[in-house]
Ligand binder design. Sequence first.
Ligand code: SF4
Length: 379
Amino acid sequence: MTTATRDAIDDKIVIPSVRQAVQMDIFGEGGLIALEPADPHVRFDCVDLDLSDYDLAVVSMSGGKDSIAGLCRLLDMGFPKEKIELWHNLVDGNPETDPNFMDWCFMHDYNIKLAEAFGIPLYHSWLNKGFRGEMLKNNSIPHPHTFETPEGFVELGRNKCKPATRMKFPQQAGDLRTRYCSSALKIDPAKRALTNQDRFIGKKVLFITGERRQESAGRSKYNQLEPHSVDTIRKSKKPIKPRHIDSWRNVLHLSEEEVWQTLADWRIVPPVPYRLGWNRSSCQLCIFNSDSIIATVNEHWPEKIKEIAAFEREFGISIARSGKNVDERAAAAKPLAIDDAEALEQSFKTEYTLPIFVPEKEIWTLPKGAFSQEASGAV
Ligand code: SF4
């Protein structure tokens, strides 16, 4: 067996235990002999998947290029549009009652317009009071979750949880316990939306998210296909609520260039953050933003930096691990030069008024933020 062949096999197998690794003749010249197969439901590489027997695909849609590419790829593979729904987690909470804080103010409406343009239903979920409410938890029980269903909104309380305190920004770490925003604001509300809707019982569901291996060392190790954490079919022989949910990261293997090519092929206007120079379309005030992005926010949206700075003072802890507060970081760095007046104008408006698809006869253009190395999103 050549080294290249061994590596290729190695890449396709997730070895579940040392015992099984020993039982598998990975390094023997006689080839690979699996006495006990790896978990057949988990695949490190799963670029293509037989979609024919899935009843439904949920695409976790942030409005960024990778989740859009995930949707396009699903459609390119022939999965029926009628079986797809988009889910958008709102990090700032209820768009009607909770004030905009960390996210781009147009992102809620952008996702609505995107879903309308594709003709695919969109459902929302959030943690009540959003990022700000979670951050200001002070010996208090967590806020309820809210999620949207085909019949309307459902609010689920969390009165059985113990009181807890945050009173600091999520920290710049891979561990979701300290970088609590991803888990508390996105993962948990989506999980509850899956576990509290009977329409998923007895169905085979694909749950698609847009992480890519190229984005970070952590993401490079993700499995491309695995049972979702709230799947019950693979956890029990006789589940009370049988839910078959596969988590498929269908753009995990794509390069940034391939993602942009997908958007170009579909003639999708690059989302506004990329046109302003951001390389990622995450929260506008993402905790992972570089100093240069902080300086750019300070130049164009100074009230946002003032708000963050006031919280850093109140908590006595900065967002940055360096200990520098956002004022110091903004003052020390050079802002990005924004030359897209249309995108800049949109960035101040809650209603998204730009096109979703590039009009005919106009040329699709790569946005300024494409291939930038400036940190501006979760890793
Ligand atoms: S985009 Fe950044 S700030 Fe927003 S939830 Fe993700 S890690 Fe947290």
